[in-house]
Ligand binder design. Structure first.
Ligand code: MN
Ligand code: MN
Length: 316
């Protein structure tokens, strides 16, 4: 059981619409806080979208996700997991980017997430665009390559963009394989769809043994069957879970930069996470929520709800 200090403010002590918003109403425990070393799972914002190649705005994601996440309550409705009692969770604040420089930001993020790894804090990162996942993987793979379950419309496995840009939100997992952060034979990507520039990314996936599941296969076989295969692929060893909100159909999650129609609904978006229970999840993320395209805030609320599902899988 976690120390009561790390429990969220109850909606019965202060209504959920009141107060300064932190992720899920958790205490704010940034690096340097006297209790930083006691945090087991750190919810952290990565307000950076300089890797975006299409519509921007994900840099505003963490702030809106924090606001929407104040709606989250204490207990999972199906598993009955109470994550804030199972692990000491806190809002670590945001990792600060340099919005004018991709290389400098990656260095800052590398140092930040390495510190979490050294402190023993498992990160649940809220993006930001998908390039934000690379420094998290770099920190978590220090002891050895990880498996990964990746929900996305896109593989994010491209070699480069615009004639040689290596660090974009379309390339993080190509870099992660090259840097031996991921064991490609323990990686599965689920939900792929949309028109394509070409199939260079898919050829790469095949060449290194990454399992790709297109949306047609997910709908034909069903979530339970595909997630059973995902669990088999990652096995009992450490893994990362990366969740791009554009995995979800834009009817349910319009607030993102690169939407693709013909995807899962909001129930299915949660359901896939419920098959992660019991896996050795060393870190997770929810990325690509772009508030400027999120009229009404539905995407951020779904994103915060997915973060709660991921948190339950990590804490349970
Ligand atoms: Mn992505
Ligand atoms: Mn995507």
């Amino acid at each position: 059981m976690s120390d009561p200090f790390f429990r969220p403010v109850s909606g019965f002590d202060l209504p959920r619409f009141a107060g300064v918003p932190t992720f899920m109403r958790l205490p704010y425990v940034p690096p340097g806080h006297p209790r930083f070393g006691e945090v087991q799972i750190g919810l952290v914002g990565a307000p950076w979208d300089s890797g975006t190649t299409n519509r921007p705005g994900a840099r505003h994601g963490p702030r809106q996700l924090r606001d929407a996440s104040t709606m989250i309550r204490a207990e999972h409705p199906v598993s009955r997991i109470r994550p804030f009692e199972a692990a000491s969770c806190a809002d670590l604040g945001d990792v600060g980017p340099n919005p004018a420089s991709i290389p400098d930001t990656l260095e800052r993020f590398d140092a930040y997430f390495a510190r979490l790894q050294e402190t023993g804090i498992r990160p649940l990162m809220a993006g930001g665009d998908h390039l934000c996942s690379l420094p998290v993987l770099r920190s978590l793979a220090a002891p050895g390559p990880l498996g990964m379950i990746h929900f996305d419309s896109h593989t994010d496995l491209f070699h480069s963009y615009f004639g040689g840009e290596m660090f974009t939100h379309g390339t993080p997992f190509r870099r992660a394989v090259e840097e031996s952060l991921l064991d490609p034979r323990r990686v599965i990507q689920i939900g792929l769809r949309g028109t394509m520039y070409d199939h260079e990314d898919m050829d790469f996936a095949k060449s290194v043994g990454i399992r790709t599941v297109r949306i047609e296969e997910l709908f034909a076989r069903g979530i339970e069957d595909v997630m059973a295969e995902a669990r088999e692929i990652v096995g009992t060893k450490p893994l990362y879970v990366s969740y791009d909100i554009d995995f979800v159909d834009p009817a349910f999650a319009p607030g993102t930069g690169t939407p693709e129609v013909g995807g899962p609904d909001s129930f299915q978006a949660l359901e896939v996470c419920r098959h992660l229970a019991g896996l050795d999840i060393r870190g997770a993320d929810l990325v690509e929520v772009s508030p400027p395209f999120d009229q009404g805030g539905a995407t951020a609320f779904l994103g915060a709800s997915i973060m709660f599902e991921l948190l339950c899988a990590m804490a349970g």
